[in-house]
Design a protein around this ligand. Structure first.
Ligand code: DX5
Ligand code: ZN
Length: 221
């Protein structure tokens, strides 16, 4: 039987002035990870948050912190992110010339290692690294901003990655990030996702964070 799908509220869409409270609410509402988007203004045009904010979240949640690095040359600051208490560090295949080495250095710090792919990046770019990673993240929008629409062809990409992971008997989690709503969550899970990173549909939900979390839990169960 498929293990429970994990919900990872993405704080990019949170109210940063009340970040701690909102993370605590998502935690109480049954989140599995807290997804944290780090952007450098180079790899993506936007700049978001960094190491001190990640460190400060520990007083608001005891959930694993799923840190998604949208930064060039992530190898330069992996150890600081590990020290800040990241439980999973995901780097982009497009941002990194020595993927194998960087994955190895993340794992040496006793942190789970993930690799992310932009929408136009093919699955073959991560095929060889599958045995060494704990998570593969498929971007279903161009990275950089919350609130964009899910790119429909991502569904096929998710199912192809699912098959690839199953064929290789990999336990790596398949995370999907971008444009997930209550209307498409079920089909994303049916295509093979294990973890859903959800930003605006949780933090900007009219009915509030807790209610949105409940609706997503229902949609993926
Ligand atoms: C975008 C980020 C996402 C973002 C998703 O680059 O990686 O995690 O927060 O936001 P939504 O769910 O609004 O598309
Ligand atoms: Zn993300």
């Amino acid at each position: 039987m498929k293990t429970k799908v994990k919900l990872a509220p993405s704080i990019l869409s949170a109210d940063f002035a009340r970040l701690g409270e909102q993370v605590a609410e998502a935690t109480r509402a049954g989140a599995d990870y807290i997804h944290i988007d780090v952007m450098d203004g180079h790899f993506v045009p936007n700049i978001s948050i960094g190491i001190p904010i990640i460190a400060s979240l520990h007083s608001w949640t005891n959930l694993p912190l799923d840190v998604h690095l949208m930064i060039q040359h992530p190898e330069r600051c992996i150890s600081q992110f590990a020290k800040s208490g990241a439980d999973i560090i995901t780097i982009h295949v497009e941002a990194c010339s020595s993927l194998h080495r960087v994955i190895h250095s993340i794992k040496e710090l006793n942190v789970k290692a993930g690799v992310a792919l932009n929408p136009a990046t093919t699955l073959t770019s991560v095929e060889e690294i599958i045995p060494y990673v704990d998570l593969i993240l498929i971007m279903s929008v161009e990275p950089g901003y919350g609130g964009q629409s899910f790119i429909p062809s991502s569904l096929d990409k998710i199912s192809r990655l699912r098959k690839m992971l199953d064929n290789k008997k990999s336990n790596a989690e398949l995370e999907v990030d971008g444009g997930i709503t209550i209307d498409n969550a079920t089909s994303i899970v049916q295509a093979g996702a294990d973890v859903l990173a959800i930003g605006s549909s949780i933090f900007n939900a009219k009915k509030g964070i807790s209610q949105a979390m409940q609706m997503f839990r229902k949609a993926v169960s």
